[in-house]
Write a protein that binds this ligand. Structure first.
Ligand code: ZN
Length: 497
């Protein structure tokens, strides 16, 4: 049995290595590659993902999993070997349903789409991406159709990102959340408008970058096992547990963008850096779902990084970094500026109250596209209409409208966005639980000390990697099911104070 397990582990390591090599190419494409590299890069990434897919769907893997079933059943479900076999089988049964050629064609398509999007967005040129997006929709439907028996065509795609979730369960959760958030938003907007001009001055990029790196180093992001580079759309990527990278972007006339996206991505990265090294090279060495991943980026970005306690400690240092801009600006003014609630066009820059409304718009549009009730050519108009009805604003053109997020252009349509709001909900759920054990955490944050919080997150969430699903993790950590209540309580506590 040990030989079979070793054989499986060796094969999985090779597949992880192929995928990691693909991730390096992807990271390079998004950071330093000249535009001329795009066609070959798409092909190269397509090849690597096809090789990985072929190896993983090799019937030998299926036979090994069959042979290991009795061993798995002899173990406690929490045993590492049992978890490895279980998670591998789940991934295997999913992967064998997708024809390798479909996967390769899709990956090549997605890589080209990324490149098209990087020029189409600045040029405000939806027409340039429309034919691409029509193919993406077709690919997305074909991928979903590899999993017949779904209730909604988006379900298999949602399940890729957030195991166990379905269109209907998310619709219900989002409707409950909307019912709480919209009145809260109205109440806040009835108050006098917050002056946030202090964060809209000129802040030299190099200083922004230094300050951001200082912050995330103190939060616990390990630069010996990571680095930060610039990109169009910030992301975190991992080549091994010893190399977890983040990317960011800066706007010299808007301090929040670079600062909070840096903290956000470091949250994703600390999750991956915190995975137990013994899972290296296996399917367990990954964050468990899009939602849980986002719960960590949002916890560090918002619950910690946008808290009063945090800036009580760091604001004097920020003032010292930008004395001309912030020397005469009070902590209170700054705190209110970085937490200003105002309907806006860009999801990644949205405040904590309107953020989930941005996500819900995208979620609904994805479902409509997949259902066929919305055509790609009508997407920009539908986008504008929803921003008008939900947030009371609309963009001029599509640059800051339907072109703003990379997801649909470099990935599937379906399952791409719900994880952000699931993450918000879980961030409050997990944080509340951490405070039950460690009520001293907020005062530690006020001293720039994060070891207790990071240690709790590592112990309860990070080290497990993909061993537990999101549902299992929530149950283990809180003893109950996913609920929006702590998140609503958190938002009300913060924004009605
Ligand atoms: Zn994120």
């Amino acid at each position: 049995m040990q030989n079979k397990l070793d054989d499986l582990k060796n094969r999985l390591q090779e597949i992880e290595d192929l995928n990691s090599a693909g991730a390096v190419l992807n990271w390079d494409q998004a950071t330093y590659m000249p535009p001329g590299g795009a066609p070959a890069r798409g092909r190269q990434m397509g090849l690597l993902s096809r090789l990985a897919h072929e190896r993983f769907t090799d019937p030998v893997i299926g036979h090994l999993l069959d042979d290991l079933r009795s061993y798995e059943e002899s173990l406690e479900p929490e045993h590492d070997d049992a978890a490895l076999i279980r998670v591998t089988r789940r991934n295997y049964e999913r992967s064998v349903r997708i024809p390798p050629q479909l996967m390769a064609n899709f990956n090549e398509h997605a890589a080209l789409g990324y490149q098209t999007w990087t020029t189409a967005r600045p040029a405000d040129d939806f027409a340039a991406v429309q034919p691409h997006l029509e193919k993406t929709l077709d690919f997305s439907r074909r991928l979903a159709d590899c999993f017949p028996g779904y209730d909604h065509i988006a379900d298999p795609l949602i399940n890729f990102a957030d195991e166990g979730m379905k269109a209907e369960s998310i619709r219900v959760l989002f409707a409950d959340l909307r019912a709480q958030v919209v009145p809260l938003l109205r109440h806040i907007l009835d108050q006098p408008e917050v002056d946030d001009s202090c964060i809209h001055q000129t802040f030299a990029e190099v200083k922004q970058r230094q300050f951001g790196e200082m912050i995330i180093r103190q939060l616990g992001y390990d630069f010996n096992r990571g680095r930060q580079d610039k990109t169009h759309h910030p992301f975190m990527t991992k080549f091994s547990l010893g190399d977890v990278r983040i990317t960011t972007r800066f706007e010299e006339d808007y301090l929040s963008n670079g600062l909070f996206s840096t903290i956000h991505e470091s949250g994703h990265a600390m999750y991956e850096q915190g995975i137990d090294m013994k899972y290296e090279g296996s399917p367990l060495a990954h964050g468990t779902s899009a939602g849980v991943h986002e719960s960590q980026s949002r916890l560090w970005e918002n619950v910690v990084g946008r808290s009063r306690a945090f800036w009580g400690h760091y604001y004097p240092q920020l003032q010292a970094t930008f004395p001309q801009q912030l020397g005469d600006v009070s902590l209170n003014t700054f705190y209110n500026a970085i937490n200003k609630v105002q309907p806006s066009l860009i999801r990644t820059e949205a405040d904590q109250i309107t953020y989930d409304l941005h996500v819900m718009i995208r979620f609904d549009l994805e479902l409509a596209l997949l259902e066929g009730s919305l055509e790609v050519k009508d997407l920009p108009e539908a986008w504008q209409a929803r921003y008008q009805s939900d947030l009371g604003i609309s963009a001029e053109g599509n640059r800051d409208g339907v072109l703003q997020d990379v997801h649909w252009y470099a990935g599937v349509i379906g399952g791409s966005f719900q994880g952000y709001t699931l993450g918000n909900i879980m961030s409050a759920l997990f944080y509340r639980q951490a405070l039950v054990t460690h009520p001293e955490i907020p005062s530690q944050i006020g001293r720039g000390e994060f070891d207790t919080l990071l240690g709790w997150l590592r112990e309860n969430i990070y080290r497990h990697g993909a061993k537990f699903t999101a549902d299992e993790l929530v149950r283990r950590v809180t003893g109950g099911e996913l609920t929006i209540e702590p998140y609503i309580a958190y938002l009300r506590g913060k924004f009605l104070e």
